[in-house]
Design a protein around this ligand. Structure first.
Ligand code: E4P
Length: 218
């Protein structure tokens, strides 16, 4: 399973990368705005900074919603760095653009996916990644993990090459359950990645080991 960090914060990206387990980064316009990154040039430069920090795929989202606009923006994003993945929303022109990018060898991440039908379309169009948003589904009393399970099953049926990128992950159990289901990638906040470290018995056990060492070596 690949771990992506879901942020545009350079310090958090560096911290996750330093742990040695990071495979990539996902961003979206809201995450960029949260970091105060505004204006086209600043946004493009920020993507390059992220690409220079991490050896792995970096999703950069288009804001155009028409076919020509998505193509223009996506090609510009893809030309920034070899690791840029063009993030395209699951809309009609988005699906058409994903097909175009696939033919040109430009990697894509089909975002805002909330149903198995949408995931089938993304795979048929040749998306590199499909991003079902599990947390947002849970928020509206729908089982997000069940959708991941369904998509993994469907993709297996037809050997689709599109990778299932579980997004909108809110807590450690989301990530663990995505791993059980067999999602290819999980993108999550730093707190979820570092949350994997935690177990009270680890802390208690370590304290005891160190206390016993000190007793014998003081
Ligand atoms: C990542 O690709 C998605 O944009 C992100 O996971 C959405 O997360 P949210 O639902 O917490 O905003």
């Amino acid at each position: 399973m690949k771990f992506f960090i879901d942020t545009a914060n350079l310090k958090e990206i560096q911290e996750a990368n330093d742990l040695g387990v990071l495979d990539g980064v996902t961003t979206n316009p809201s995450l960029m705005a949260k970091e105060g990154i505004t204006g086209k040039q600043n946004i493009l430069e920020h993507y390059v900074k992220i690409c220079n920090l991490v050896e792995g795929d970096v999703s950069a989202e288009v804001v155009a919603t028409d076919y020509e606009g998505i193509i223009r923006e996506g090609e510009e994003l893809a030309s920034l760095h070899k690791n840029i993945v063009v993030k395209v929303p699951m809309i009609k022109d988005g699906v058409k653009a994903i097909k175009y990018f696939a033919k040109k060898g430009i990697k894509t991440n089909c975002t805002l996916v909330f149903s198995a039908g949408q995931a089938i379309l993304a795979a048929k169009a040749g998306a590199t990644y499909v991003s079902p948003f599990i947390g947002r589904l849970d928020d509206v009393a729908t089982d997000g993990l069940q959708l991941i399970e369904q998509i993994v099953h469907i993709y297996d049926n037809y050997s689709f090459e599109t990778q299932v990128l579980a997004a909108s992950i809110r807590h450690v159990m989301h990530l663990v359950q995505c791993a059980e289901i067999g999602a290819d990638v999980a993108t999550c906040p730093l707190s979820v990645i570092t949350g994997l470290l935690k177990h009270p018995l680890t802390d208690i056990g370590l304290e005891k080991f160190l206390a016993d060492y000190r007793k014998g070596n003081s």
